[in-house]
Design a protein around this ligand. Structure first.
Ligand code: SIN
Length: 475
């Protein structure tokens, strides 16, 4: 298990020999003590990234592509080992953890294919006086700050396109889940990624670390996934140096079920949209709008599926939902459920923390929830499905859009033209139409409104890590 900082291809301790503990949320036990990076370590990492990037930017796209493809192969080869690390520090089920590693690796395969297709353009100016050449050089050094819910995939989703475009990175993994990030750095180095391009500097002092990295003159971009609240504050800091940013922030996804939907398929979709990765995703269904004619059937079947969920440590292969990340997360979920119940919601299943150790919460279904209640307006980040019954389609769409978040939405109907029409009216960067999962490295992931800026994945994702240069020329 790697527990030091990874800078310039070497394992080093933080300059003040400070450290912090990583715990297994299923047991509350400490599983590792990790060296904590100081602001000066972040500066050192930016220095080496700057030097390495200048050489990397000159390599042929094909050379970068082949190294990235080897990264995909190496991560897949170590899928089981990485999945075990994810389970031990993050807690999700083993099936979700293995799925995450496959997803994480796929960002390398996709971007290895994109690396050779970063094309610009050439055109004639409207006056005919000159040619207009447009090209896309790399931005330079990119600072990557990632969350604990996907310890592998949220890193590779940024790292792979950054490298493909010719950049170097300095990564601050979350203090809850640094072990997977460190092991990935190790594996990528073995796959042939040159020293200095990928630097991983965990820290228990995120603010000071970030300030130092942002102030480094080589830093040209910040890519962040996390809460809207933190994203807003990082954006303010990035403004000091006018840094390019990509921000993947919070969600509040509506999950809409019309009375002409296939209810069994909607329940399967709801379980995926709500429960994948132990319900700790930004894309998680947060509010279930169900048409009055099917609300009883949908609620009953969803409650039965939730009751069938097995909670426990992800190391137990029968477990389908792991713990939340810590007790603070459990308290947050409980306070939202209590407030909803006090306002008249009914608990069909769950509704409390189970007895025993670990940061668990029972899979929960609430009915008779009102659309403007705190549970329907706050990102739950836990296994709770609040159901809101509707009759008026227009009022439901207004309520679904009545949020500052706009990451994800889900629509279930057997009428495809209605489904597309409703999807187009939803203020969300992504819509799952008769699907409970949409994430795909080949698709543009990202939000509207306060859910973020920029897109990750697809061909859009790689251009986020590029500048645009226009050369006006006559010949
Ligand atoms: C997230 O929750 O931040 C990402 C979810 C995904 O990529 O599917």
């Amino acid at each position: 298990m790697r527990t030091q900082l990874f800078i310039d291809g070497k394992w080093v301790n933080g300059s003040k020999s400070d450290s912090f503990e990583v715990t297994d949320p299923a047991t509350g036990q400490t599983i590792a003590t990790v060296s904590s990076g100081e602001p000066s370590d972040a500066v050192k990492a930016c220095d080496v990234a700057d030097l390495a990037q200048k050489l990397w930017a000159q390599t042929a796209p094909r050379e970068r592509a082949e190294i990235l493809r080897r990264c995909w192969e190496v991560l897949l080869k170590h899928r089981d080992e990485l999945a075990e690390l994810i389970v031990s520090e993050q807690g999700k089920s083993m099936a979700d953890a293995k799925g995450e590693v496959t997803y994480a690796a796929e960002f390398f395969r996709w971007n290895s294919e994109e690396a050779v297709r970063i094309h610009g353009s050439i055109g004639v100016s409207p006056s005919g006086a000159n040619r207009m050449i447009v090209r896309h050089p790399p931005v330079g050094v990119v600072v990557i700050v990632t969350p604990w819910n996907f310890p592998a995939a949220m890193i590779t989703r940024k790292l792979a396109p950054a490298l493909a475009a010719g950049n170097a990175v300095v990564i601050k993994p979350p203090k809850e889940t640094p072990l997977t990030a460190l092991r990935i750095a190790d594996l990528l180095s073995g796959a042939g990624v040159p020293a200095g391009l990928v630097n991983v500097v965990p820290t228990n002092d995120a603010r000071a670390w970030f300030d130092a990295a942002v102030d480094h003159t080589a830093t040209r971009m910040v890519s962040f996934t996390g809460s809207t609240e933190v994203g807003r504050s990082l954006l303010k800091r990035c403004a000091d140096r006018v840094l390019k940013t990509v921000m993947e922030l919070g969600g509040n996804a509506p999950f809409i079920v019309f009375d002409d939907a296939d209810i069994d398929a909607a329940v399967v979709g709801a379980m995926t949209a709500k429960m994948r990765h132990s319900a700790e995703t930004c894309t998680a269904a947060n509010r279930f709008f169900v048409e009055a004619g099917v609300v009883d059937e949908f609620s009953r079947k969803l409650a039965a599926a939730m009751a069938d969920t097995t909670i426990g440590s992800g190391f137990d292969q029968t477990v389908t939902c792991g713990p939340l990340i810590n007790d603070t997360a459990v308290d947050h979920v409980q306070s939202l459920v209590d407030a909803a119940v006090n306002a008249g919601a009914k608990i069909l299943v769950g509704g409390k923390r189970p007895e025993g150790p670990g940061s668990f919460y029972e899979p929960t279904v609430l009915t008779s929830v009102v659309a403007d209640s705190p549970i329907a307006q706050t990102e739950i980040f836990g296994p709770v499905a609040p159901i809101i019954s509707f009759t008026d389609h227009e009022a439901m769409i207004t309520a679904a859009n009545d949020t500052e978040m706009g990451l994800m939405a889900y629509v279930f109907t057997e009428d495809l033209s209605k489904g597309i029409a409703v999807s187009e009216r939803l203020e969300a960067g992504m819509v799952g139409l008769n699907r409970g999962a949409v994430s795909d490295p080949a698709a543009p992931f990202g939000g509207m409104k306060q859910s973020g800026l920029g897109r990750e994945g697809a061909s859009e994702g790689i251009y986020e890590f590029c500048e645009t240069q226009y050369i006006a020329t006559g010949w």
